[in-house]
Design a protein around this ligand. Sequence first.
Ligand code: IPM
Ligand code: MG
Length: 364
Amino acid sequence: MKATIAMLPGDGIGPEVTAAVQAVLKVVARGWQHTFNCNEYPIGGCAMDACGEPLPATTLNACLRADAVFLGAVGGPKWSDPRAAVRPEQGLLKLRSGLGVYANLRPLRIHPRLASLSPLRPERLVGVDILFVRELTGGAYFGAKTRTEDFATDECRYSVEEIERLMRRAFALARGRRGKVTSVDKANVLETSRLWRETAERVATEFPEVTLEHQLVDSMAMLLLTHPQDYDVVATENLFGDILSDEAAALAGSLGVLPSASLGDGRCGLYEPIHGSAPDIAGKGWANPLGALFSAALLLRHSLGLEAEAQAIEAALDEVISRGLLTRDLGGQASTREVTDALLHTLEMGLESHKAVDRGHSGC
Ligand code: IPM
Ligand code: MG
């Protein structure tokens, strides 16, 4: 297949993990005879430096024309003056809303090799398999903001339509998994949460084969630590999803491991590791590329429909982790490059053995 992928390396370790993704896409293209057109565009702090704005029109337009978008990370101390009117993160938020990617999927699986790095006892982690479905283009992130010297407001707003489309996505995903949706809100305090809960109940009637339960967000933060095995799909609003997914990432051993896919109604999606720009280690070659590489697998699966290729990357990544080739955040010594090279090698070996099987089948 032919596909156009917009690559947005961004700031900090973003370019390092994006290089790993470029390398794996190249191997996938060669191995499965695809043509991926990957062009890079600026976003975030580096775009502010180069073009004066965090999301230049050329970047947004290229993303709107692309079949999929990969993003490394945005932000850093250079641009983090709290008084600044323009910030790198605004570029990311504009991109998410510009692409209409309202459903942010953050899968949490815990590789057995990494279970000992989790703050939880390993036996509590056996079988943990949670898919967070975070609303991404509404809520407090996008409401009106006001600020005077001694007063500030952030408006949190949600329409029924925004909640419905997110919940439908969550239920549809749960149908293909263990059939349970946990909707997280703060309905004992927030009006938006009461609308959220009511709407979730209504959408649930469209999916009789899926069970729906509600949790308050404070309680959910605790339950994730005490009973992580009990959850399947966790659907929640923008801010709660941001917080809970970082908490969940700690269970996986490091923020560096988790991928994400942001989807709208069309095929094009935005794929990014959930970690940030990690300015403290930027340029050192130590960045963990796993979150980015798992995101590349999600890109192939969700936007390009290349399931076999996605699975091949995931299997190769699992193997590299099993071998203990880990970056420093996971207690290892390996560099970004070493982990990436090991992945490429494993992937290529897998391809060779598939070809050998194919040749066997065709009698060559
Ligand atoms: C995330 C990040 C972003 C968010 C920041 C960088 C704006 O924390 O993707 O989780 O809050 O959504
Ligand atoms: Mg976050």
